[in-house]
Design a protein around this ligand. Structure first.
Ligand code: FAD
Ligand code: NAD
Length: 472
């Protein structure tokens, strides 16, 4: 069959590329090989099946349990005999994943995209070999091909996955609460999944090789978050490099070294979450002209064009942050570019969110990055403790921090740690997308009482004009 576009990979980068191209009246097929653990073939990739969606489902359930047990008393709500059923929590999560993957299949169908389940391999001349799950092979050709093959967890040879050593997918599927849980890596996955199991009752030890906590985040935010995680009982050990782990019948023996020398830690389960790597196994045949970089990512330019004519690549398999929304926007951009329309991504305005409690979210540069750039800057900060809405919500941890340029007042970065940070950051992303100044935010009316007033006040504080907080 001849197509205008074949997309290989139906995750959050691939399926939006297919849908946008179909909206642009192109003839499109998408090939995806994902199978869930029960053997069902589904679209949606890592994000929907083993990433964003199931992790947020478990974070919600575990946070509700924590709130019910420990935070309702202050409202005068008395609860006793609270019980918790891991099986039901997992059933709810599976239901949410199913609804989401079913939704994607429906979206593809209603957009007129041909959805093929099985393996796709790019051959030379933009031919694509499709091997269905039953082994049947077909060769299709396309004017354009989008590679959206995603990423997989990094496996370290000295701590191979198996038995009680699990990856993030395994950690999302535990059917019992481990008494003692080890986590290698205090990155995004370590903090989110560590929080889930800690709230459900595990003793959680997180071993992080770096001396700096959350080195990717603004260090003011990271310090505030670390303080709360410690209070929640997450035992985060910095400067602790794990060298090996051995699965035993009853648990895992973890070897690590820190400033005080070599140590051993015994845990019931160990989650290894030390990053993810691009997945391109059996994706490219001979002579396609597509090149990989030294770290295994598919080489692309700013518009996601690979080194081969009319072959594009988007999402986790190319450079840039491994985030579902980054992949989605790249997919949509390519779906438009292929149809001869305008498409562009502002890589400087991609938000990051960590769904812990308190939540962490940011866009733009950290204070450390701005300082290193040499540009003179000003900072406005507003604590949620001074927000009426946050007080009413009994959620006063954290703050909003806004960094703007001293010369022209351009917003350079916004960093939030606190309630619904992931929702609040959207306003800052929009502001930066439109090159707003801190004064633009200062002159924008925010409803009272809302959490969004904290961003407003942080912008005012950048010019020492805060109303609801003492100006420092
Ligand atoms: P994937 O989602 O990996 O999809 C790629 C698809 O292509 C898969 O279905 C794969 O089977 C298929 N495929 C690969 N090769 C072939 C082939 N040759 N033929 C056919 N099919 C193929 N990001 C966020 O933005 N927010 C979050 O809250 C978040 N939480 C996460 C939580 C966890 C536990 C994990 C692991 C990740 C999380 N992420 C989150 C990251 C997010 O999941 C990824 O950035 C996103 O899934 C990348 O999308 P993608 O389409 O590039 O790749
Ligand atoms: P990560 O890069 O966020 O963190 C990995 C951590 O492991 C790093 O801090 C690193 O220093 C540490 N580490 C590496 N080797 C180690 C060792 N031997 N001993 C101790 N520590 C070690 O990676 P991740 O948490 O695996 O997440 C992978 C990707 O998934 C991320 O890029 C992230 O963007 C994406 N993700 C996003 C979200 C979200 O957006 N909320 C949630 C989950 C995952």
């Amino acid at each position: 069959m001849d197509y205008d576009l074949i997309v290989i990979g139906g995750g959050p980068a691939g399926y939006p590329a297919a849908i946008r191209a179909a909206q642009n009246k192109l003839k499109v097929a998408v090939i995806d090989e994902w199978k869930n653990k029960d053997g069902t073939a589904v679209f949606g990739g890592t994000c929907t099946n083993a990433g964003c969606i199931p992790s947020k489902a478990l974070l919600e359930s575990s946070e509700l349990l924590h709130k019910t047990r420990d935070e309702l008393g202050v409202h005068g709500i008395k609860v006793s005999g609270v019980e918790f059923d891991v099986g039901q929590m997992q059933k709810r999560k599976t239901g949410i994943v199913k609804a989401s993957t079913g939704g994607i299949a429906l979206l593809l169908k209603s957009a007129g995209v041909t959805a093929l389940q099985g393996h796709g391999k790019l051959l030379s001349g933009r031919k694509v070999e499709y091997t269905a799950h039953d082994g049947k092979k077909e060769t299709h050709s396309a004017k354009h091909v989008v590679l959206a093959s995603g990423s997989i967890p990094t496996e370290i040879k000295s701590m191979p996955f198996g038995g009680n050593i699990i990856d993030s997918w395994g950690a999302l599927d535990l059917d019992a609460v481990p008494k003692k849980l080890g986590v290698v890596g205090a990155g995004v996955i370590g903090l989110e999944l560590g929080s889930v199991w800690r709230r459900l009752g595990s003793e959680v030890v997180v071993l992080e090789a770096l001396d700096t906590f959350l080195a990717v985040a603004d260090q003011g935010v990271a310090k505030e978050a670390a303080r709360h995680f410690k209070k929640q009982g997450l035992d985060i050990r910095l400067g602790a490099k794990v060298s090996a782990a051995k699965s035993t019948p009853s648990g895992v023996e973890v070897s690590y070294s820190d400033a005080s020398g070599s140590s051993t830690l015994n845990v019931d389960k160990l989650i290894v979450c030390v990053g993810r790597r691009p997945f391109t196994t059996e994706l490219l045949g001979e002579g396609t002209g597509v090149q990989l970089d030294e770290r295994g990512f598919i080489k692309v330019d700013d518009h996601c064009k690979t080194t081969a004519e009319n072959v594009w690549a988007v999402g986790d398999c190319v450079r840039g942050p491994m985030l579902a929304h980054k992949g989605k926007d790249e997919g949509v951009m390519v779906g438009d570019l292929i149809a001869g329309k305008y498409g562009h991504i502002n890589y400087d305005a991609i938000p990051s969110v960590i769904y812990t409690h308190p939540e962490i979210a940011w866009v733009g540069k950290t204070e450390e990055q701005v300082k290193a750039s040499g540009r003179a800057y000003k900072v406005g900060q507003f604590p949620f403790a001074a927000s009426g809405r946050a007080r009413a919500m009994e959620s006063t941890a954290g703050f909003v921090k806004l960094i703007a340029a001293q010369d022209d007042d351009e917003i350079l970065g916004v960093h939030i740690v606190g309630p619904l940070a992931g929702e609040l950051i959207a306003e800052a992303v929009l502001a930066m997308e439109y090159s707003a100044s801190s004064e633009d935010l200062q002159r924008t009316i925010h409803a009272h009482p809302t959490l969004s007033e904290a961003l407003h006040e942080a912008a005012l504080a950048a010019d020492k004009r805060a109303i609801d907080n003492v100006n420092r």
